[in-house]
Design a protein around this ligand. Structure first.
Ligand SMILES: [Cu+2]
Length: 175
């Protein structure tokens, strides 16, 4: 499935994001949808990559083109429901990590395994067509999680090997 005509099927929140997908990204057709009833604010997170082959698994070479986009990225403190759609061809996930005061977003240094430190994680959506933690969201899959977020700065990351370094992170500000 390619092009901008595809729809996430997970709610209208993805509609505007689809038109902002950079050229060259391959969009997987959604295979499931998140529950439509969620407490609190909903954040739609789109995970994507440029594919190359359907044989690709989770690991990726450095320099691969990948993306993580969340809308909105600014909200009030309280319950936040994340709906995370993997529209790429690789396995992805979304982990919510805190940012210390003054700590810039996007500048974590991955370890030798290509992953960043998840200390202090507030939760994640890494199950395919399910809630909370799992074995990763497979292409076309949707994961979801509802978290109680105090005011602060957070970073949404995909922590499969090299995915953070390849660009899968976004700042989330809670006031
Ligand atoms: Cu990823």
């Amino acid at each position: 499935m390619m092009g901008h005509g595809s729809r996430a099927g997970t709610g209208s929140g993805f509609g505007s994001m689809m038109s902002a997908v950079p050229h060259g990204y391959r969009m997987s057709r959604p295979v499931c949808t998140a529950p439509t009833s969620r407490p609190g604010k909903t954040v739609y997170v789109m995970l994507g990559d440029m594919g190359m082959t359907r044989m690709m698994r989770g690991a990726a070479p450095l320099g691969a083109h990948m993306m993580l986009r969340a809308v909105p990225s600014l909200m009030r403190a309280g319950q936040v429901g994340f709906v995370v759609a993997n529209m790429g061809w690789r396995i992805h996930e979304m982990v919510v990590l805190p940012l210390a005061p003054g700590q810039p977003a996007g500048e974590r240094v991955p370890g030798a395994d290509g992953r960043v430190d998840e200390t202090g994680s507030l939760g994640e959506a890494s199950a395919t067509c399910g809630a909370g933690a799992g074995d990763g969201i497979t292409p076309g899959g949707v994961g979801w999680v509802t978290l109680d977020l105090p005011a602060g700065r957070y970073e949404l990351v995909c922590n499969l090997p090299n995915h953070y370094a390849d660009g899968m992170h976004q700042l989330l500000i809670v006031r």
